[in-house]
Ligand binder design. Structure first.
Ligand code: NOJ
Length: 746
């Protein structure tokens, strides 16, 4: 690595782009650099390669040496030696512009944190900030300077596997968490050795992929675009996000990355974004597959001119050289994009420090895994949502209690990691299984028996129609050799308390993992139903450990207590055991509605009242709305709310812990505008919350401001408006309870 050290010195002498981002000096240097670049070198800065194998590295090396690639995405394959080799080649290229290296840090890098959907239930943005900071530090150490996160798509359809990656169905809350993650990733200075650049994605509307199919059309109104999809991006951009990723989906019939209106007028004009835009994977060339662009050439021009700077994976931008030569493209469009790339590289410190941390020959940094694990555990504790408790929880730890832990997630150490884990640099397994954690929580007392009972990862049974086409075989059960009903029943009969650990297999959630059933995967539900029918009255606690809300009313009916936990990462099992045995108190609240049945989708709290609030419901079910609504969650104590009073420009309510244990309440502040001339506003909109910890008998006065920021909305031109008139104000424990008081805003 000595030659690398020498090279660094040469580069720094040759290229002085070390001034403060955005300063006049940097701008001048960037302009000079761009002025001296060939068209190929410029297009190189807009090209993002993907590295999967050694062969890819070998193919790219000669191109990098010519300065014709600007960045790489590792997509789960990060190898330090590849990075060093490629960076060395880039620094030997004519302009010696360093490469940037990116990957997805979605819920941690080396340390696995709860999936974002889980952590959003904590209602603690500080935890998102801390998680992102740890991910940034670990990612930097591995060689990344850029993460493709936060994802802030407001999602209402749990069939879409990527609900796991976002923060649920509320746009305002998604914005709060997106901003927190941007702060955590980038800090004050994204070039610091423990920070990376954030990339807020997927701009925009991707979560409305029709039917929950991934990569699909998203068809929604301007009203929704302004008030559901753009607000979280606005919050992340205000927090200083250096980059944005355009989405795969269409909006208003056009793949969003090809829409100049959305990518430039709204993003740069309306939202004031000044940074760099990267497309999603292969998205440029996919505009041809969609049927918009006629060929690669057209796709490239469309996407570049719409406002995308960097092309991820596909290489359609190579055709721009000819477009330029033949006078169909103005070179200043390319120059502006290249300048944004160079500013970005300057902002993440690549000109100053092109090597991964620790730099070659430096002292190895102290590994901070223990601290990170402690944070991951804390995050998991704060994420789990107790949705039912007939008084069975918490269990007494130091007793002779006999516990049967049943289900495929009982001893599984892979599933808890969540959808963006399993990367080479991640531990492929969490450190502790649920069985380990429950055993530890029982402290050597009582007896624990563990039965897996079945598998999570089982293909649905398929039959053939008369014409030979495959159909779901609804009469057969999935083929699962591990199905062990007898073992599960025997263990349950011997126990005082049965804990079911049910959920979804890892690869049934996340990207390209849509589902049309919201049930635990494989034969888990059958196992649950048969065991509970066979054992008679027992105390039953069920843990739902998934990447999306599961619609399983039978589980709620037959269980005395239920946790909606989602994939909780390295601390997921630890957290659930501590919560069950009262070593920790549940404090999470749902950020996505849990339906009774998949046929109700979409179910979300911030719907309109409609003109006929009491009509239009399904006739063939009495079920209305969500089984567990947005904002809902129980604790081991009880809280009473006083009625809301309006004091000047504030709404105030007193919250009292009326139970016998300390506990935490997420006090939620919702508004409703009674008459809005621009369009119909939802029956409730979250505009604030406070998480308060109260001892028994203790009370607190919680106050929320009533101002144009909390009461307003975006009109169809993207302007924030706050109309005078009547508003209902709610301070409530969730999105459906509480009574509103009226407030007049003049
Ligand atoms: C496709 C995904 O949509 C995006 O979220 C991710 O960042 C890229 N692939 C790169 O892995």
């Amino acid at each position: 690595m000595r030659d690398v050290k020498a090279l660094i010195a040469t580069v720094l002498v040759g290229l002085s782009l070390v001034a403060v981002a955005g300063s006049g000096e940097t701008e001048r240097e960037i302009a000079e650099l761009v002025a001296g670049m060939s068209v190929r070198e410029k297009l190189g800065q807009l090209k993002q390669g993907v590295l999967y194998t050694r062969k890819d590295v070998d193919c790219y090396l000669p191109i990098v040496r010519k300065g014709e690639v600007g960045s790489f995405i590792f997509n789960e394959t990060l190898k330090r030696e590849w990075r060093d080799e490629l960076q060395k080649a880039a620094l030997e290229s004519p302009r010696r512009i360093p490469l940037s290296f990116a990957d997805n840090i979605i819920h941690g890098w080396r340390t696995n944190f709860p999936i974002p959907l889980a952590l959003s239930c904590s209602f603690e943005p500080e935890l998102f900030e801390e998680m992102a900071h740890v991910g940034a530090r670990e990612g930097r150490e591995a060689g990344l300077d850029w993460t493709f996160g936060p994802m802030c798509d407001t999602a209402r359809d749990p069939r879409w596997g990527r609900v796991a990656e976002g923060c649920g169905e509320d746009p305002w809350l998604n914005g709060v968490y997106a901003a927190a993650q941007v702060r955590g990733f980038q800090g004050e200075d994204a070039s610091a050795p423990d920070r990376v650049a954030a990339c807020v994605k997927h701009y925009c509307g991707y979560s409305f992929s029709m039917g929950g199919h991934d990569y699909n059309d998203a068809d929604f109104s301007e009203w929704s675009l302004r008030n559901l999809h753009l607000p979280p991006f606005a919050a992340a951009i205000d927090a200083g996000a250096l980059t944005v990723m355009s989405g795969f989906n269409t909006v208003d019939g056009v793949p969003v990355l090809a829409s100049r209106r959305i990518m430039t007028d709204m993003l740069r004009g309306g939202l004031g974004f000044r940074g760099m835009v990267v497309t999603d994977y292969n998205a440029v060339i996919q505009t041809v597959t969609w049927g918009l662009a006629a060929d690669e050439r057209e796709a490239a021009s469309l996407c570049l001119c719409a406002g995308n700077d960097v092309e991820m994976k596909s290489t359609a931008y190579d055709t721009l050289e000819r477009e330029l030569a033949e006078g169909r493209l103005d070179e200043t469009v390319i120059d502006e994009a290249v300048k944004r790339v160079l500013r970005f590289k300057q902002a993440v410190g690549l000109f100053r420090r092109p090597w991964a941390i620790p730099e070659p020959d430096a002292e190895p940094r102290r590994r901070e895994d223990a601290e990170a694990l402690a944070l991951a555990r804390k995050c998991a504790v704060r994420s789990a949502v107790l949705v039912k408790n007939d008084g069975v929880l918490p269990l007494a730890a130091d007793s002779d209690i006999r516990v049967a832990l049943i289900g495929p997630l009982a001893e599984d150490r892979k599933t808890f990691v969540g959808c963006w884990a399993g990367m080479e640099s991640h531990g492929p397994e969490v450190p502790e299984s649920l069985a380990d954690a429950v055993r530890r929580a029982m402290g050597g007392k009582g007896r624990l028996s563990v039965v897996r009972g079945c598998s999570t990862n089982v293909k649905p049974p398929v039959a053939k129609r008369d014409d030979g086409l495959p159909v779901l075989d609804r009469e057969s059960v999935p083929d699962d050799a591990s199905f062990d009903l007898e073992g599960a029943i025997a263990a349950a009969r011997e126990a005082d308390v049965v804990i079911f650990a049910l959920g979804e297999a890892l690869d049934w959630t996340g990207e390209n993992a849509s589902r049309c059933q919201l049930t635990p995967t494989g034969r888990q539900l059958e196992l649950f139903e048969k065991v509970t029918s066979a054992i008679g009255k027992k105390r039953i606690v069920t843990l739902l450990i998934s990447g999306r809300p599961l619609a399983v009313p039978v589980v709620s009916r037959r269980s005395d207590a239920v946790f909606v936990a989602f994939h909780g990462g390295d601390g997921g099992a630890f957290a659930l055991a501590d919560l069950i045995f009262g070593k920790a108190s549940p404090s999470g609240r749902l950020t996505i509605s849990v339906p009774y049945d998949v046929s109700q989708i979409p179910v979300f709290y911030n719907a309109s009242v409609t003109g006929r609030p009491n009509q239009g419901h399904y006739l063939d079910t009495p079920e209305r709305g969500a089984m567990y609504p947005f904002g809902f969650g129980l604790t081991y104590t009880r809280f009473a709310y006083s009625s809301v009073s309006i004091r000047g420009q504030s709404a105030v309510a007193r919250i009292t812990n009326t139970g016998t244990r300390p506990g935490e309440e997420v006090v939620q502040f919702y508004i409703r505008q009674r008459a809005c001339s621009e369009g119909v506003r939802p029956k409730r909109e979250l505009r604030g919350f406070r998480k308060v910890r109260l001892d028994p008998g203790e009370s607190v006065l919680v106050e929320f401001p009533l101002d144009a920021k909390t009461l307003g909305y975006y009109d169809r031109s993207g302007n924030w408006r706050c109309d005078s008139g009547i508003y209902d104000i709610f301070i409530a424990p969730d999105s459906v309870s509480g009574t509103g008081v009226q407030f007049k805003w003049e």
